[in-house]
Design a protein around this ligand. Sequence first.
Ligand code: FES
Length: 198
Amino acid sequence: MNADEMDVGRRRFLTAATSVIGGVGAAFVAYPFLASWSPSEKTRALGAPVEVDLSKLEPGQKITIAWRGKPVFIVNRTKNYLDHLAAVNNDVLRDPLSEEPQQPPYATNAYRSIKEDILVVIGICTHLGCVPLFKPEVGVIDSSWEGGFFCPCHGSKYDLAGRVYKGVPAPLNLVVPPYKYKSDTIIVVGEDNQQGVA
Ligand code: FES
């Protein structure tokens, strides 16, 4: 073998070796993404609507689902919760009639929801974005507390319709996302209710 032939052989080896290393590297980089992203997670991350089956949501229970990377609280409000919601004096709320555009038109009512028992709100405090705690028990935050959501970051308070109290740092009610009923027990978060009303 002359020097030229040796050189060509060496170049071929180096090229092949580099391709193998590149291939291994690409495989290692790609694998975690393929492994950790199921098709439903990919569509969710892109903001696709999310169907939620409410048939197992117990009275009084709150669940949290993810939509567009945000927590969405869904609460099955009991008659007792609704009575306490009605007991909140409008004077202590910043936007009791939901006049700010924090909800779709079909949730601009006393319950801020399509059906009065099921609340759907984005669980992000309108102050600086913490996730508020669900505190439905009467009197646990202060003596006039009728149940609601409490943000421990700076003490913002919301009632059981996500309406913000006066005198706290949060300026606005919790956001109600677009949603609709696909059936009696299935809602779709991220799609508008076509009728516009319940
Ligand atoms: S982020 Fe909720 S009170 Fe500040």
